[in-house]
Design a protein around this ligand. Structure first.
Ligand code: URA
Length: 290
Protein backbone atom coordinates (compact mmCIF):
# COMPACT_ATOMS: atom_id res chain seq x y z
CA UNK A 1 0.00 0.00 0.00
CA UNK A 2 1.55 3.35 -0.94
CA UNK A 3 0.31 6.76 0.15
CA UNK A 4 -0.97 9.06 -2.60
CA UNK A 5 1.66 11.74 -3.32
CA UNK A 6 -0.62 14.54 -2.15
CA UNK A 7 -0.77 13.13 1.38
CA UNK A 8 2.04 14.08 3.70
CA UNK A 9 1.52 11.60 6.58
CA UNK A 10 4.32 9.01 6.89
CA UNK A 11 3.25 5.80 5.08
CA UNK A 12 3.23 3.78 8.32
CA UNK A 13 0.70 6.14 9.95
CA UNK A 14 -1.43 6.26 6.85
CA UNK A 15 -1.38 2.48 6.56
CA UNK A 16 -2.40 2.16 10.21
CA UNK A 17 -5.27 4.58 9.60
CA UNK A 18 -6.43 2.70 6.48
CA UNK A 19 -6.21 -0.54 8.43
CA UNK A 20 -8.52 0.91 11.11
CA UNK A 21 -11.01 2.21 8.53
CA UNK A 22 -11.10 -1.17 6.79
CA UNK A 23 -11.60 -2.87 10.16
CA UNK A 24 -14.64 -0.66 10.73
CA UNK A 25 -13.05 1.79 13.20
CA UNK A 26 -14.13 4.92 11.36
CA UNK A 27 -15.39 7.05 14.24
CA UNK A 28 -13.56 8.78 17.08
CA UNK A 29 -15.45 8.07 20.28
CA UNK A 30 -13.28 10.06 22.68
CA UNK A 31 -11.66 13.47 22.73
CA UNK A 32 -8.29 12.15 23.91
CA UNK A 33 -6.34 9.22 22.40
CA UNK A 34 -5.76 6.24 24.70
CA UNK A 35 -2.58 4.20 24.32
CA UNK A 36 -3.79 0.73 25.17
CA UNK A 37 -0.35 -0.78 24.61
CA UNK A 38 0.99 0.82 27.82
CA UNK A 39 0.46 -1.39 30.84
CA UNK A 40 -0.81 0.32 34.00
CA UNK A 41 1.58 0.25 37.00
CA UNK A 42 1.04 -2.80 39.23
CA UNK A 43 -1.77 -2.09 41.70
CA UNK A 44 -1.54 -2.80 45.44
CA UNK A 45 -5.30 -3.26 45.62
CA UNK A 46 -6.75 -6.75 45.74
CA UNK A 47 -7.31 -8.24 42.29
CA UNK A 48 -10.87 -7.67 40.93
CA UNK A 49 -11.52 -5.19 43.76
CA UNK A 50 -15.12 -4.02 43.64
CA UNK A 51 -16.48 -6.96 41.70
CA UNK A 52 -15.75 -10.04 43.73
CA UNK A 53 -14.81 -8.85 47.18
CA UNK A 54 -13.24 -11.35 49.58
CA UNK A 55 -15.65 -12.65 52.18
CA UNK A 56 -13.80 -10.72 54.89
CA UNK A 57 -14.65 -7.48 53.15
CA UNK A 58 -18.35 -8.16 52.76
CA UNK A 59 -19.27 -10.29 55.72
CA UNK A 60 -17.03 -9.20 58.62
CA UNK A 61 -13.96 -11.09 59.86
CA UNK A 62 -13.10 -14.08 57.76
CA UNK A 63 -13.67 -17.51 59.24
CA UNK A 64 -10.70 -19.73 58.48
CA UNK A 65 -11.84 -22.06 55.72
CA UNK A 66 -11.56 -25.75 56.29
CA UNK A 67 -10.70 -27.95 53.36
CA UNK A 68 -13.93 -28.82 51.62
CA UNK A 69 -15.85 -26.07 53.50
CA UNK A 70 -19.22 -25.27 51.90
CA UNK A 71 -21.33 -22.37 53.14
CA UNK A 72 -24.68 -23.76 54.35
CA UNK A 73 -27.60 -22.66 52.15
CA UNK A 74 -28.99 -20.46 54.94
CA UNK A 75 -25.79 -18.39 55.22
CA UNK A 76 -26.20 -15.01 53.49
CA UNK A 77 -24.03 -14.69 50.41
CA UNK A 78 -22.92 -11.49 48.77
CA UNK A 79 -25.01 -10.73 45.70
CA UNK A 80 -22.70 -10.79 42.69
CA UNK A 81 -24.37 -8.90 39.86
CA UNK A 82 -23.13 -8.36 36.34
CA UNK A 83 -23.07 -4.53 36.17
CA UNK A 84 -23.59 -4.50 32.40
CA UNK A 85 -26.67 -6.70 32.71
CA UNK A 86 -28.04 -4.67 35.63
CA UNK A 87 -27.77 -1.45 33.64
CA UNK A 88 -29.22 -3.13 30.52
CA UNK A 89 -32.23 -4.22 32.56
CA UNK A 90 -32.58 -0.74 34.05
CA UNK A 91 -32.44 0.74 30.54
CA UNK A 92 -35.03 -1.75 29.32
CA UNK A 93 -37.37 -0.89 32.21
CA UNK A 94 -36.98 2.84 31.53
CA UNK A 95 -37.63 2.27 27.81
CA UNK A 96 -40.72 0.15 28.60
CA UNK A 97 -42.17 2.87 30.83
CA UNK A 98 -41.44 5.63 28.32
CA UNK A 99 -42.87 3.60 25.42
CA UNK A 100 -46.02 2.55 27.29
CA UNK A 101 -46.79 6.20 28.09
CA UNK A 102 -46.98 7.10 24.39
CA UNK A 103 -50.41 7.20 22.80
CA UNK A 104 -49.40 8.17 19.26
CA UNK A 105 -46.60 7.47 16.81
CA UNK A 106 -45.50 11.11 17.07
CA UNK A 107 -45.29 10.89 20.87
CA UNK A 108 -43.29 7.69 20.58
CA UNK A 109 -40.81 9.33 18.19
CA UNK A 110 -40.34 12.11 20.77
CA UNK A 111 -39.83 9.57 23.57
CA UNK A 112 -37.20 7.69 21.55
CA UNK A 113 -35.36 10.93 20.80
CA UNK A 114 -35.39 11.84 24.49
CA UNK A 115 -34.21 8.39 25.65
CA UNK A 116 -30.71 8.28 27.17
CA UNK A 117 -30.52 4.56 28.02
CA UNK A 118 -28.75 3.30 24.91
CA UNK A 119 -24.99 3.90 24.84
CA UNK A 120 -25.03 4.13 21.03
CA UNK A 121 -26.65 7.55 21.26
CA UNK A 122 -23.35 9.02 22.52
CA UNK A 123 -21.55 8.32 19.24
CA UNK A 124 -24.46 8.83 16.82
CA UNK A 125 -25.14 12.01 14.88
CA UNK A 126 -28.89 11.47 14.64
CA UNK A 127 -31.65 9.35 16.14
CA UNK A 128 -33.02 7.30 13.25
CA UNK A 129 -36.60 6.12 13.73
CA UNK A 130 -38.74 5.60 10.65
CA UNK A 131 -39.76 6.74 7.20
CA UNK A 132 -42.84 6.07 5.12
CA UNK A 133 -46.50 5.97 6.02
CA UNK A 134 -47.38 4.92 9.60
CA UNK A 135 -50.84 3.90 8.34
CA UNK A 136 -49.35 1.48 5.80
CA UNK A 137 -50.31 -2.20 5.82
CA UNK A 138 -46.66 -3.30 5.43
CA UNK A 139 -43.96 -2.56 8.00
CA UNK A 140 -40.35 -3.36 7.16
CA UNK A 141 -37.98 -3.55 10.11
CA UNK A 142 -34.22 -3.69 9.65
CA UNK A 143 -31.32 -3.85 12.02
CA UNK A 144 -29.69 -0.50 12.73
CA UNK A 145 -28.78 2.72 10.93
CA UNK A 146 -25.56 2.79 8.96
CA UNK A 147 -23.39 5.77 8.09
CA UNK A 148 -25.82 7.34 5.57
CA UNK A 149 -28.83 6.82 7.82
CA UNK A 150 -26.95 8.35 10.77
CA UNK A 151 -26.03 11.37 8.64
CA UNK A 152 -29.54 11.88 7.23
CA UNK A 153 -31.64 10.78 10.22
CA UNK A 154 -33.81 8.34 8.25
CA UNK A 155 -33.66 4.54 7.92
CA UNK A 156 -32.56 2.73 4.77
CA UNK A 157 -31.44 5.73 2.76
CA UNK A 158 -27.96 4.44 1.83
CA UNK A 159 -27.04 1.90 -0.82
CA UNK A 160 -28.92 -0.97 0.81
CA UNK A 161 -31.95 1.29 1.29
CA UNK A 162 -31.92 2.18 -2.40
CA UNK A 163 -31.93 -1.52 -3.22
CA UNK A 164 -34.79 -2.04 -0.75
CA UNK A 165 -36.75 0.74 -2.47
CA UNK A 166 -36.21 -0.93 -5.88
CA UNK A 167 -37.38 -4.27 -4.48
CA UNK A 168 -40.48 -2.61 -3.03
CA UNK A 169 -41.17 -0.77 -6.27
CA UNK A 170 -41.08 -4.09 -8.10
CA UNK A 171 -44.10 -5.20 -6.04
CA UNK A 172 -45.87 -1.86 -6.40
CA UNK A 173 -44.85 -0.37 -3.05
CA UNK A 174 -43.22 2.87 -2.00
CA UNK A 175 -43.16 5.24 0.99
CA UNK A 176 -46.87 5.92 0.57
CA UNK A 177 -47.82 2.35 1.46
CA UNK A 178 -44.86 1.03 3.48
CA UNK A 179 -43.51 2.04 6.89
CA UNK A 180 -39.78 1.38 7.43
CA UNK A 181 -37.93 1.25 10.75
CA UNK A 182 -35.16 -0.63 12.60
CA UNK A 183 -34.80 -2.52 15.87
CA UNK A 184 -31.99 -0.10 16.87
CA UNK A 185 -32.32 3.68 16.61
CA UNK A 186 -28.68 4.78 16.71
CA UNK A 187 -25.78 3.77 14.52
CA UNK A 188 -23.38 1.21 16.03
CA UNK A 189 -19.90 2.70 15.42
CA UNK A 190 -18.24 1.19 12.36
CA UNK A 191 -21.50 -0.64 11.54
CA UNK A 192 -20.67 -3.41 14.02
CA UNK A 193 -23.45 -5.77 15.14
CA UNK A 194 -25.59 -4.31 17.92
CA UNK A 195 -24.90 -5.84 21.34
CA UNK A 196 -27.60 -7.66 23.31
CA UNK A 197 -27.67 -4.72 25.78
CA UNK A 198 -28.33 -2.26 22.94
CA UNK A 199 -31.06 -4.45 21.49
CA UNK A 200 -32.65 -4.82 24.95
CA UNK A 201 -32.66 -1.04 25.49
CA UNK A 202 -34.36 -0.33 22.14
CA UNK A 203 -36.76 -3.27 22.01
CA UNK A 204 -39.65 -1.76 24.03
CA UNK A 205 -39.74 1.14 21.56
CA UNK A 206 -39.93 -0.93 18.38
CA UNK A 207 -42.55 -3.14 20.06
CA UNK A 208 -44.65 -0.09 20.93
CA UNK A 209 -44.16 1.29 17.41
CA UNK A 210 -45.58 -1.94 15.97
CA UNK A 211 -48.45 -1.77 18.46
CA UNK A 212 -49.33 1.79 17.45
CA UNK A 213 -48.91 1.25 13.70
CA UNK A 214 -50.70 -2.13 13.72
CA UNK A 215 -49.41 -3.19 10.29
CA UNK A 216 -51.16 -6.08 8.54
CA UNK A 217 -47.83 -7.67 7.62
CA UNK A 218 -44.28 -7.32 8.96
CA UNK A 219 -41.07 -8.06 7.07
CA UNK A 220 -37.89 -8.38 9.14
CA UNK A 221 -34.80 -7.55 7.11
CA UNK A 222 -31.86 -9.60 8.35
CA UNK A 223 -31.18 -11.96 11.21
CA UNK A 224 -31.07 -9.39 14.05
CA UNK A 225 -34.52 -8.04 13.29
CA UNK A 226 -35.91 -11.57 12.91
CA UNK A 227 -34.28 -12.80 16.12
CA UNK A 228 -35.37 -9.73 18.12
CA UNK A 229 -38.99 -9.65 16.97
CA UNK A 230 -39.76 -13.24 16.04
CA UNK A 231 -37.39 -15.09 18.35
CA UNK A 232 -35.80 -16.98 15.45
CA UNK A 233 -32.63 -18.79 16.41
CA UNK A 234 -31.64 -20.21 13.03
CA UNK A 235 -29.72 -18.25 10.45
CA UNK A 236 -31.57 -15.96 8.06
CA UNK A 237 -30.90 -18.22 5.06
CA UNK A 238 -33.05 -20.85 6.80
CA UNK A 239 -35.83 -18.62 8.11
CA UNK A 240 -36.20 -16.28 5.10
CA UNK A 241 -39.29 -16.59 2.99
CA UNK A 242 -41.27 -18.52 5.61
CA UNK A 243 -44.24 -17.10 7.45
CA UNK A 244 -43.83 -16.57 11.17
CA UNK A 245 -46.02 -14.71 13.64
CA UNK A 246 -45.16 -11.54 15.50
CA UNK A 247 -46.99 -11.93 18.82
CA UNK A 248 -47.32 -9.47 21.65
CA UNK A 249 -50.32 -9.49 23.95
CA UNK A 250 -53.40 -9.76 21.78
CA UNK A 251 -51.53 -8.67 18.69
CA UNK A 252 -50.73 -11.41 16.17
CA UNK A 253 -49.27 -10.27 12.85
CA UNK A 254 -47.95 -12.46 10.02
CA UNK A 255 -44.25 -11.78 9.68
CA UNK A 256 -41.57 -12.87 7.26
CA UNK A 257 -37.78 -12.74 7.65
CA UNK A 258 -36.08 -11.42 4.50
CA UNK A 259 -32.46 -11.48 3.39
CA UNK A 260 -31.02 -8.10 4.30
CA UNK A 261 -30.51 -5.83 1.25
CA UNK A 262 -26.89 -5.24 2.37
CA UNK A 263 -26.37 -9.01 2.10
CA UNK A 264 -27.89 -8.97 -1.38
CA UNK A 265 -25.41 -6.27 -2.39
CA UNK A 266 -22.56 -8.49 -1.23
CA UNK A 267 -24.04 -11.71 -2.65
CA UNK A 268 -25.98 -10.80 -5.78
CA UNK A 269 -26.35 -14.54 -6.55
CA UNK A 270 -29.10 -14.82 -3.90
CA UNK A 271 -31.31 -12.11 -5.43
CA UNK A 272 -33.43 -14.86 -7.00
CA UNK A 273 -34.46 -16.07 -3.50
CA UNK A 274 -35.06 -12.48 -2.42
CA UNK A 275 -37.35 -11.91 -5.40
CA UNK A 276 -39.32 -15.05 -4.56
CA UNK A 277 -39.77 -13.74 -1.00
CA UNK A 278 -40.98 -10.36 -2.28
CA UNK A 279 -43.61 -12.14 -4.40
CA UNK A 280 -44.75 -14.16 -1.36
CA UNK A 281 -45.00 -10.92 0.61
CA UNK A 282 -46.98 -9.23 -2.18
CA UNK A 283 -49.39 -12.18 -2.39
CA UNK A 284 -50.07 -12.02 1.36
CA UNK A 285 -50.71 -8.27 1.18
CA UNK A 286 -53.09 -8.76 -1.76
CA UNK A 287 -54.91 -11.37 0.29
CA UNK A 288 -55.29 -9.55 3.60
CA UNK A 289 -54.95 -5.84 2.67
CA UNK A 290 -56.03 -5.55 -0.97
N1 URA B 1 -29.37 -1.39 7.38
C1 URA B 1 -30.38 -1.51 8.25
O1 URA B 1 -30.66 -2.57 8.77
N2 URA B 1 -31.10 -0.41 8.51
C2 URA B 1 -30.85 0.75 7.96
O2 URA B 1 -31.56 1.71 8.25
C3 URA B 1 -29.78 0.84 7.05
C4 URA B 1 -29.05 -0.24 6.79
Amino acid sequence: MTAPETMSAPPSLLEALLFYVEAGCDEAIGEVPVDRTTLPPPSKAAPMAGLHKPASAVGGPATPRQPGFQAPPSMPRPAVANPAMVSAQAAESAASRAAAACRTVAELHEAIRAFEGCALKATATNTVIARGNPEAPLMIIGEAPGRDEDAQGAPFVGESGQLLDRMLKAIGRDESNVYISNVIFWRPPGNRDPSSEEILACKPFIERLIELVQPKVIACAGKHAAATLLGTTQGITRTRGRWHEYRRGDLVIPAMPLLHPAYLLRQPGVKREAWRDMLTLAAKLDEIAP
